[in-house]
Design a protein around this ligand. Structure first.
Ligand code: KG4
Ligand code: ZN
Length: 331
């Protein structure tokens, strides 16, 4: 069975073909970074229009790379939410229309389920059950995962997501869009510890997070009388240290509380080098193991959506054949 996956929830158009026996046959992502950079963030209308422009050519390209024709596609999976309504609608209408014309089932997939299952696409995938730390631009969640579709929310951010905090902090210290990776790069040149930023909810006793206070603490530093732009690298390092401290501590606590020994880290912030190093060391010490998606599958992509769709079909989900273009921006 071959599943065509389509991702268009935000500023990346992703397309992939996943074969249940042969694995990932091909995938391609078009990033809209250049399109939005001038505005310092994603402009939803521009994002939707660009998805429309890119999707047909990307589908043709991925099919060619996969050595597969449209007639050999058995199902289509697309991101139905959460995300930007207009951007999601592009992927949803494209997928539903293509599915109807081919007479194949079409599956709406939850974007976070895509991220959460993405480490299973790697050469050395984790077995169920595991704890998943989902750290993206829109979400920060800890989940107990016992199988496909079997997810228990253990804790989540009560305000900003971790990626959002990276992006907003990057903006505060004068970095461009997309801020998270730029802040992480700048932090590598800095020395943490000078600004004594808080570790929100570190000792809250639960598995929830809060990042907006950390961002406000950065705002107070950069609007204070002693702020010098040449200290930006040290401030970036301090911020990253504080965010990573909390993410690590809560992820380890989740493993302890559930009695599980496998941790999966997924979502854009999962690409953060310091987070990975800290989690690797801390889990090794305890005899636990941490799994990440392949680096190119950390951020948004069609492969994780095709894969989640394929796993859902394999688990017996029966998608409706009626064409219904429905998206769930706040799913
Ligand atoms: O999963 P993703 O591609 O999209 C969403 O579903 O949100 O995650 C994007 C987020 C952005 O906030 C971006 O700044 C952040 O992931 N990000 C990073 C790094 N790479 C991407 N944050 C920290 N360090 C990184 N290296
Ligand atoms: Zn994402």
């Amino acid at each position: 069975m071959r599943v065509l996956g389509i991702e268009s929830s935000c500023d990346e158009t992703g397309v992939a073909v996943f074969d249940v026996e042969a694995g990932l046959l091909g995938h391609c992502v078009h990033s809209q970074i250049d399109l939005h950079a001038t505005y310092g963030g994603v402009v939803p209308e521009l994002a939707s229009r660009d998805h429309i422009r890119r999707l047909p050519a990307l589908v043709r390209q991925v099919l060619a790379e996969s050595g597969c024709s449209l007639a050999q596609i058995d199902a289509i999976a697309y991101t139905a939410g959460p995300g930007l309504a207009g951007a999601l609608l592009v992927g949803a209408s494209y997928a539903e229309a293509l599915g109807m014309s081919l007479g194949v089932p079409v599956l709406p997939v939850h974007h976070l389920e895509g991220h959460l299952l993405s480490p299973l696409l790697s050469a050395d995938p984790p077995e169920f059950p595991f704890v998943a730390l989902l750290v993206s631009g829109g979400h920060t969640q800890l989940m107990q995962v016992t199988g496909v579709g079997e997810y228990v929310l253990l804790g989540e951010s009560l305000d900003d997501a971790a990626g959002e905090a990276f992006d907003k902090t990057a903006k505060l210290i004068g970095l461009g869009y997309p801020g998270g990776p730029q802040l992480a790069r700048l932090a590598e040149r800095g020395h943490p510890g000078r600004f004594r930023l808080p570790r929100p909810m570190l000792k809250s006793g639960d598995l929830d997070f809060s990042f907006s206070g950390l961002k406000t603490a950065v705002l107070n530093v950069v609007s204070g009388p002693e702020w010098k732009p040449e200290d930006a690298a040290d401030l970036a390092a301090d911020f990253q240290d504080a965010a990573v401290d909390v993410l690590c501590a809560k992820a380890l606590k989740a493993l302890e509380l559930t009695g599980l020994s496998r941790l999966v880290v997924a979502g854009g912030v999962g690409a953060n080098r310091q987070l990975r190093q800290r989690l690797d060391v801390a889990t090794r010490r305890k005899g636990w193991r941490v799994y990440y998606p392949e680096p190119e599958l950390c951020t948004d992509n069609g492969a994780m959506i095709a894969f989640a769709g394929a796993r859902r079909l394999a688990a017996g989900e029966v998608p409706g054949m009626a064409c219904a273009v429905k998206v769930h921006p706040r799913w």
